[in-house]
Unconditional design. Structure first.
Lengths: 162, 231
């Protein structure tokens, strides 16, 4: 997200994810997990989300989305020795396989505040009464990346002039 | 009103269904969206339920009515790689059948364009073929469903399975006069009694698989006087 996929794609994916794992859709996802082990150590997130059809509508963004999911392997997480990718897989797997599953929400937080993928239980929005399992992904918005790149280029040009 | 086989009204419905799915596959290609399903996972979960009518311990023949681009073939290869199944996919849409033929080339994987299976098979499955009412009044669509179930019974030796969107929890919206395509929702009892009384079958409903729909496993009663039951 951020530098890897467009901000508009991030929003689109968040809507898809949060719809598929909300209270209404949860029984379907629990059944899919039971039947096909959608989230497991045997499958990458790319495979799981492709199977669930959680992909950008724009074909040109799909490769970037899949690349981002692979790139999560380089992120740290709130569990020791577990990378960001595997932490997301574990959160979905455990969340769908517990005796009483609760809805799952995906959120983004600023990578500058915390570079880890982390999982909590909370209410994702103030008007929600149900507790959700919240998977939070560290993100740098595209505009921040562009701003940082522009500043680097500006400094480089200034250094050249000298 | 009953829809006469080969009658103009029935042909009109088939023609509208072909146009609807032809447009879907042209827009989305050979993908679950191309046959109006949300994703491969839910499509496969439906196949799991529908195939419960089959006895996989012995080879059998299978008609897949409304086969689309042949997604069931891929599922059979993944889930039952060693099963010997003589498969025939049937679909109204030439575009779908042409994609299915390109994807699956094997002697025991055949596809035909048509309204019903041209052969008698051990089992038939029909996934989602009755769910999108392409703009007909409720009563006419139910006549179409009844005709389709009768056709499945006629071409199945041991049994067949179908799925429907459940009318529980949401307003059906099926009684309006709009000509726009909309979902046909119903309750199990409506079609269980039809299959038992009109078609002489026994029915096992499946509804507890996490989706807002149900599947009917319809088993044909053996009748020695009926030539279709000669093994």
């Amino acid at each position: 997200m951020g530098a890897m996929i467009k901000d508009s794609t991030t929003l689109e994916i968040l809507v898809q994810l949060n719809r598929r794992f909300d209270q209404d859709s949860l029984p379907e996802m629990v059944e899919l997990q039971k039947e096909f082990d959608v989230f497991s150590k045997e499958h990458s997130l790319q495979q799981s989300f492709a199977l669930l059809g959680i992909v950008p509508a724009d074909w040109s963004e799909r490769k970037r989305w899949y690349r981002f999911l692979e790139f999560l392997k380089t992120y740290p997480s709130d569990l020791p020795d577990v990378n960001g990718h595997d932490r997301v897989v574990k959160a979905f797997k455990d969340g769908l396989e517990v005796e009483k599953p609760i809805p799952i929400s995906i959120k983004c937080h600023s990578a500058a505040d915390d570079p880890r993928v982390f999982v909590t239980e909370d209410r994702p929005v103030i008007f929600t009464l149900e507790t959700h399992l919240i998977v939070s992904i560290p993100t740098t918005p595209g505009r921040e990346i562009r701003k940082q790149a522009a500043e680097v280029a500006k400094k480089r040009r200034a250094a050249k002039k000298k | 009103m009953d829809l006469a086989p080969g009658g103009a009204e029935l042909q009109g419905i088939y023609s509208d269904i072909e146009a609807y799915y032809g447009a879907r596959v042209a827009k989305y290609g050979a993908t679950p969206l191309g046959v109006d399903w949300s994703c491969e996972a839910t499509q496969n979960l439906r196949f799991v339920q529908l195939l419960k009518v089959c006895d996989f311990s012995t080879p059998f023949s299978l008609n897949d009515v409304g086969c689309g681009y042949g997604a069931l073939c891929a599922f059979l290869a993944m889930r039952y790689p060693d099963a010997r199944i003589d498969y025939l996919g049937v679909d109204l849409s030439k575009a779908m059948i042409s994609r299915a033929r390109r994807r699956f080339r094997a002697p025991d994987r055949r596809f035909v364009v048509g309204q019903a299976s041209p052969r008698l098979a051990d089992y038939s499955v029909a996934s989602g073929v009755m769910n999108v009412n392409v703009g007909y009044p409720h009563a006419v669509w139910e006549d179409f469903v009844a005709a389709l179930l009768g056709e499945l019974r006629r071409t199945s030796r041991r049994g067949f399975s179908v799925n429907f969107i459940s009318d529980a929890a949401t307003a059906s919206g099926t009684h309006g006069a709009s000509r726009a395509p909309r979902l046909y929702r119903t309750c199990p009892e409506r079609w269980i009694s039809y299959c038992e009384e009109a078609l002489g079958c026994s029915v096992e409903p499946l509804g507890n698989y996490g989706m807002r729909e149900f599947t009917l496993l319809v088993r044909c009663q053996r009748n020695s006087a009926d030539p279709t039951f000669r093994d």
